[in-house]
Design a protein around this ligand. Structure first.
Ligand code: ADP
Ligand code: MG
Length: 228
């Protein structure tokens, strides 16, 4: 079963007097353990695609399925429940809270769900250790590098044990070497955890030679291109 299926999705926005198509007839599937990079120029529909995949936006036409379930018409409560249990989001900037340590950033996710258990804390410690942040558990964002902060954001996205990871421009605030390391980490986590991972990036140089890449141009999927 696919983690995500986007089937002939069109998203149309009102634009002054007329309408703009942010996405036109886009279809793609993501299997568990599959890492897919989405590239394309600014304004080509990349963030809109992530918003549709994350049920933050209902498409004008087409169907979205999560783990085989049609969620296109799901109501707000169902969407929230499915997002909480099934989807992790990673953004360009991790938006960490300045006063909280790395560990506390993750614990906050569990606490917002009413979970103050020892198990949740152990889960957070394990995730941070897996991501190489074991030694800096108790540091605050100002004491962490940009790459370490982005890793905290990735660990936080995994707190709910998602099956789908949606990542928007994770390397754009990082230097090349740290960007490559973040992409490597996302690829490894995808394999180890059987995630379906969709990574939007215009930074093809951070991808590996075997990464699967699709390209959006004016809201349409264009011919795939090789990384490098
Ligand atoms: P990208 O992430 O590739 O830069 P976006 O998905 O943000 O592209 O935007 C795709 C197109 O849709 C752009 O033309 C943008 O102006 C338009 N668009 C995106 N969101 C909205 C919105 N909420 N209202 C109107 N137009 C939008
Ligand atoms: Mg964008």
């Amino acid at each position: 079963m696919h983690a995500l299926e986007i089937d002939r999705v069109t998203v149309r926005f009102r634009d002054g007097e007329g309408w703009t198509n942010a996405l036109t007839d886009v279809s793609l599937d993501l299997a568990p353990g599959e890492f897919l990079a989405v590239t394309g120029p600014s304004g080509s529909g990349k963030s809109t695609l992530l918003a549709v995949a994350g049920m933050l936006l209902t498409p004008t036409e087409g169907t979205v399925r999560l783990a085989g379930r049609d969620v296109t018409e799901a109501d707000a409560k169902t969407r929230t429940d499915l997002r909480r249990g099934g989807i992790g989001f990673v953004f360009q900037q991790p938006h960490l809270l300045a006063s909280l340590t790395a560990l506390e950033q993750l614990l906050m996710v569990a606490r917002l769900d009413g979970d103050r258990s020892k198990e949740a804390e152990q889960h957070a410690r394990d995730l941070l250790a897996q991501i190489g942040l074991g030694p800096v558990l108790h540091k605050r964002p100002s004491q962490l590098s940009g790459g370490q902060q982005q890793r905290v954001g990735i660990a936080r996205a995994l707190m709910g044990d998602p099956k789908l990871l949606l990542v928007d421009e994770p390397t754009s605030a990082l230097d090349h070497e740290r960007g490559v390391a973040i992409i490597d980490l996302l690829r490894t986590l995808t394999e180890e955890r059987g995630l379906g991972t969709l990574v939007v990036t215009h930074d093809l140089g951070t991808l590996g030679p075997n990464d699967e890449v699709v390209r959006l141009v004016d809201g349409k999927l264009a011919m795939p291109e090789a990384a490098h």
